[in-house]
Design a protein around this ligand. Structure first.
Ligand code: MG
Length: 248
C-alpha cells in the first residue's frame, strides 16, 4: 500500500532533506585522497546529530554505520572502515539518511576522488542525469513505470547498465515503504502517481554488466564483473505542480 503524506509530514521530511543537502556540500570539500571511510562516517554522524536529527542507517537491520561508503566496483552498502583510505582516481558512492521527528529522508551521490578518466566522469554524469530524468516523471497522472523507463533509457543510451537487484522505494515513517521503484521497466505501467506520494529514486549504474554479488561481510554489493558503479538518490514529493525534491 502506498501511503500518501500530508503537507505537515512532507515538511518534516524536507527538514531532514535539508540536513542531507548540507552534508552533501560539506562532503564535496571533505572527501579527498588519504582520508578513510571511517573519517567520513564520523564527520557525517557528528553533523547530523548537531542538527538535532538522527542517522537513519545506523542499526538499521544491523548496519553498523551512519553512511554507506561504496568505492569503485562497490555498488551500495559498503561499510566504513579506518583501514579503507581513498586514493586519487577512486570514485566513492555515499548513501545517507536521517530522521526528523519520526520521518525519514534518504539521498546518495557519487564523488570522484581527484582526477578520473573522462569515461568514468561520464558514468557519474549519466547516472546523475538519469536520476533527474526519473524525478521529472514524478507528476500526477504519470505511472511508476514512467520513472523506471526514463532512468533506464538514459543510462543504456550511453552504453552503461542499470543494476536490477536494488531498487528505489517509497519513504516516510519507514525508510523503505511501498512502492518499489525499479530503475528499469516499461513506460505507462504500474501504479498511477498521485500528490502526497514521497519516493526515494536511486539509480545504480555500472560501466559493465548489471549483475551484482554480496561480499562475505553480508552488506557490500559489488559488480560481478568488477566494473565501476555509481549511485545517485533523491527523496522526492509528488505535488500537483510536479516533483518537489526534498533533498536538494
Ligand atoms: Mg534509498
Amino acid at each position: 500500500m502506498i501511503i500518501l503524506k500530508s503537507p505537515r509530514e512532507i515538511a518534516l521530511m524536507r527538514a531532514g532533506g535539508r540536513i542531507l543537502a548540507e552534508v552533501r556540500e560539506r562532503l564535496r570539500a571533505f572527501v579527498k585522497p588519504g582520508i578513510s571511510t571511517a573519517e567520513i562516517d564520523r564527520e557525517v554522524e557528528t553533523f547530523i546529530e548537531e542538527k538535532g536529527a538522527k542517522p537513519a542507517f545506523k542499526g538499521y537491520r544491523g548496519f553498523p554505520a551512519t553512511v554507506c561508503t561504496s568505492i569503485n566496483e562497490e555498488v551500495v552498502h559498503g561499510i566504513p572502515s579506518p583501514a579503507r583510505r581513498l586514493k586519487e582516481g577512486d570514485i566513492i558512492g555515499l548513501d545517507l539518511g536521517c530522521i526528523v521527528d519520526g520521518y525519514y529522508a534518504d539521498c546518495a551521490f557519487t564523488l570522484a576522488v581527484g582526477e578520473v578518466p573522462p569515461r568514468v566522469q561520464q558514468l557519474l554524469d549519466v547516472t546523475q542525469e538519469s536520476l533527474e530524468r526519473g524525478v521529472d516523471q514524478c507528476r500526477p497522472g504519470r505511472r511508476l513505470g514512467d520513472i523506471s523507463h526514463a532512468v533506464q533509457e538514459h543510462v543504456e543510451r550511453h552504453g552503461f547498465s542499470v543494476v536490477r537487484a536494488f531498487v528505489g522505494h517509497g519513504i516516510g515513517r519507514e525508510l523503505h515503504e511501498d512502492p518499489q521503484i525499479p530503475n528499469f521497466g516499461e513506460a505507462g505501467r504500474g501504479p498511477l502517481l498521485k500528490p502526497g506520494m514521497v519516493l526515494a529514486i536511486e539509480p545504480m549504474v555500472t560501466m559493465g554488466g548489471w549483475e551484482v554479488r554480496i561480499l562475505p561481510d553480508r552488506w557490500t554489493a559489488v559488480t560481478e564483473d568488477g566494473s565501476l558503479a555509481a549511485h545517485f538518490e533523491h527523496t522526492v514529493a509528488i505535488t500537483e505542480n510536479g516533483p518537489d525534491i526534498l533533498t536538494r
